[in-house]
Design a protein around this ligand. Structure first.
Ligand code: OFO
Length: 170
């Protein structure tokens, strides 16, 4: 019932999700070096979520007897010269991942692959949330980040983010 195209795109998404985790850990490393431990925490939690997303794709494929093939994960490629760069980089990356999820959805829709569409529904919603979170971080940074006291408070706020496992259960 699964087309070659859908299976290929699902497999590629695993690499993209692991890359997302890798990228966000790179951001976390940057903020850690900058002494912004709250920002580092926020991106470490985000990296954990991205790893979970990869695992969900793997599980979905395994449950449906689709072969999983791991590919190489690329080097994180966002250059961070100032505190805002990683925040902007994360929004750009989330928009890219949203487009990627939509591409799989479109392929599943064309193939009348309702099972994959239903699986992807959770990711469509999740991506909307993640784009909002990235946008919020940029807005807060624009408002408060230029003032050292504001930056300190923002760092404190981002430091409170805690990891929660995904709500999607397969
Ligand atoms: Fe995988 O959730 Fe965003 O990228």
């Amino acid at each position: 019932m699964f087309t070659e195209k859908v299976m290929k795109l699902l497999n590629e998404q695993i690499t993209k999700e692991f890359y997302s985790a890798y990228l966000y850990l790179d951001f976390a490393n940057y903020y850690e070096e900058q002494g912004l431990k709250g920002f580092a925490n926020w991106f470490t939690v985000q990296a954990q979520e991205e790893r979970d997303h990869a695992l969900l794709f793997i599980k979905y494929m395994q449950n449906n007897e689709i072969k999983v093939t791991f590919e190489s994960i690329g080097k994180p490629d966002v250059v961070m010269k100032e505190h805002m760069d990683a925040l902007r980089g994360s929004l750009t990356h989330e928009q890219y991942i949203t487009a990627s999820i939509h591409t799989i959805y479109e392929a599943a829709y064309e193939a009348k692959d309702f099972r994959t569409m239903q699986f992807l529904d959770w990711f469509v919603k999740e991506q909307a949330e993640e784009e909002t979170n990235s946008t919020d971080n940029i807005k807060k940074m624009e408002l408060f980040g230029t003032d050292s006291k504001g930056l300190y408070m923002l760092d404190q706020e981002l430091g409170t983010r805690m990891y929660n496992p995904p709500t999607l259960v397969l």
